[in-house]
Write a protein that binds this ligand. Structure first.
Ligand SMILES: NC(=O)c1ccc[n+]([C@@H]2O[C@H](COP(=O)([O-])OP(=O)(O)OC[C@H]3O[C@@H](n4cnc5c(N)ncnc54)[C@H](O)[C@@H]3O)[C@@H](O)[C@H]2O)c1
Length: 440
């Protein structure tokens, strides 16, 4: 039952258009997966919006609706896809190339997948060294390219009721914010002057936010994690979130490390290595793109373990992350962790985790939840103009938070934050887990 606040949320009427920038492994697994679910061929496993429940009120109240029945989300039958890629293959060709889903699954939805063809992309090999794109826009300046993306969005907008854009494109080289990112005005000047600090992902983000369209960033690039994008997002009521889908190894890291900290167990070393053989792995084989990913993966432990507060336990951790491109594995990544911990009186112990995961199988439901939740945020007065949707941190390796505010990485804090945000916008009581009332 929606409270007073819930009734202020606009209903999810009509079609939701989802535009994916990059139509590779994650995007095709998302699009094919949604169609397979719509056709009753498979279940949306891993999606909180589709399978999750939410407890409301007291434990004795017995009110635990499905998330999608509690908040007004777009129905999967109302979701329409399009996007951009630097390769012209349709979604059937791209999904076959990505080789995440079985041929049987793809064949059963072949006509649908063939009907979705990427629009030409904004691309510059300077920012992704290992790719050679052929299906790319030509423009006089970055400003001209941004206008072309805006007109793609406008065209799609005229065919649907609402639009969300999600970056499922490759990881760009490591960039740091510069003066050009400090305000919308400086960024617009930079677009005209072709400032090299403006990467293609930022051009899409700018175009979407200018059009008042929410933007999620599934890669570790800066993209919307910039003052100018936060300003634009707030101005235009277009919510943003990022960065980098939290899928395999980092998911496990943000589950295990809070457990060590909760039990005051020390950690002296954490060695993480990955082998993967998909196109993402090939792109990350370039040291400049790897650096972007490395930064995103390394931050997690520092924030969760707080070595400055617990120098005896975490003051001396050796944390290393490696990613190796290993073609035989394709999208089936192996994430291997060796964790050296210590307990009572400093006695050492070891934990080994070998996660034989499927990268895009883990990422696709995240991408789905993000687009549905961003669309919800835009229809929700309390969330629409706040810019960064920190309550979606749950889905990211390197969650964006307000400038100067440290991000929450602990998966369970993130999950509580997400569900409490849903309770809050629907006018339901927040759940603190205090529970004293049961013992009165
Ligand atoms: N697969 C996962 O589980 C996972 C997890 C976390 C983050 N990510 C990130 O998500 C992104 C996508 O991953 P993926 O496995 O789908 O990779 P992928 O290589 O299969 O797909 C990326 C696609 O983006 C396209 N592309 C690159 N630059 C583009 C541009 N400027 N405009 C339009 N298209 C562009 C590429 O041609 C490619 O088809 C990567 O940045 C990756 O690091 C993936």
């Amino acid at each position: 039952m929606a409270g007073e606040k819930g009734s202020a949320i606009q209903p999810a009427k009509g079609k939701l258009g989802v535009m994916t920038v990059g139509m590779g492994a994650v995007a095709t697994t998302l699009i094919a997966g949604v169609e397979a679910v719509r056709k009753g061929l498979a279940k949306p496993i891993g999606s909180v919006t589709q399978m999750g429940t939410i407890r409301l009120g007291k434990r004795t109240d017995n009110r635990t609706p499905l998330v999608k029945e509690f908040v007004p989300l777009a129905d999967l039958n109302d979701v329409v896809f399009t996007g951009w890629d630097i390769f012209p293959e349709d979604m059937y060709g791209a999904a076959s190339h990505a080789a995440v889903l079985d041929k049987d699954h793809l064949t059963s939805i072949k006509p649908f997948l063939e009907s979705i063809k990427p629009m030409p992309a904004v691309f510059d090999q300077y920012y992704v060294k290992r790719l050679h794109g052929t299906h790319v826009k030509q423009g006089k300046s970055k400003c001209d390219l941004a206008q072309q993306v805006r007109s793609d969005i406008q065209k799609f907008k005229s065919q649907v009721d609402r639009v969300v854009v999600i970056w499922c494109g490759s990881t760009e080289i490591f960039l740091e914010p510069t003066a050009v990112h400090q305000s919308v005005e400086a960024f617009e000047k930079g677009l005209v002057e072709n400032d090299p600090a403006i990467a293609p992902s930022q051009i899409y983000a700018y175009a979407a936010l200018k059009e008042g369209v929410p933007f999620a960033n599934g890669a570790p690039n800066l993209t919307v994690d910039l003052p100018c994008m936060i300003e634009l997002s707030r101005q235009n009521g277009a919510p943003i979130c990022g960065k980098d889908f939290k899928t395999g190894q980092t998911l496990i890291k943000t589950v295990l490390s809070p457990a060590f900290k909760a039990r005051m167990l020390g950690v002296s070393g954490w060695y993480s290595t990955n082998i993967l053989g998909n196109r993402d792995g090939e792109v990350l084989d370039d040291p400049e793109s790897f650096k972007t990913k490395e930064e995103s993966k390394l931050g997690v432990l520092d924030y969760i373990l707080q070595p400055e507060k617990y120098p005896d336990l975490y003051g001396n951790i050796y944390h290393k992350v490696r990613i190796n491109y290993y073609p035989p594995r394709g999208d089936n990544k192996e994430g291997w962790d060796n964790i050296d911990i210590f307990g009572w009186l400093g006695y050492p112990m070891q934990i080994k985790v070998d996660f034989l995961c499927r990268d895009s199988i883990l990422a696709a439901p995240i991408a789905l939840d993000l687009v549905l939740f961003l669309d919800l945020a835009q229809r929700t007065p309390a969330l629409r103009n706040i810019g960064i949707q920190e309550w979606l941190s749950f889905y990211f390796k390197s969650p964006q938070s307000a400038p100067g505010l440290y991000p929450e990485h602990d998966l369970f804090i993130q999950s509580m934050k997400l569900k409490n945000t849903l309770r809050h916008i629907m006018g339901e009581e927040l759940i603190t887990h205090l529970g004293l009332e049961y013992y009165d």
